[in-house]
Design a protein around this ligand. Structure first.
Ligand SMILES: [Zn+2]
Length: 76
């Protein structure tokens, strides 16, 4: 068991150990052409939060980089 191998959630900057629910976020929503686009691994709770606070249209238009998405999640 080596914590250094765990990925880091870019939204909350905490480690994502295997034991924690996790999911991939499409930087461009799938319905808006992002199905072949870049994905980032997030904690599932953070993934739910970003979709609860931002619509697909906003994500596609304004939050298609993880830096912006992370900034938005800190403001909510
Ligand atoms: Zn997180």
């Amino acid at each position: 068991m080596n914590d250094m191998d765990d990925p880091i959630c870019p939204l909350c900057l905490r480690l994502i150990p295997n034991s924690v629910a996790q999911s991939k976020h499409h930087l461009i929503p799938k319905l808006r052409g992002g199905q072949i686009g870049e994905t980032v691994l997030l904690q599932h709770i953070c993934h739910k939060e970003i979709h609860a606070s931002l619509t697909e249209a906003k994500l596609a238009r304004d939050y298609h980089s993880i830096e912006r998405a992370a900034a938005a999640s800190k403001n909510c």
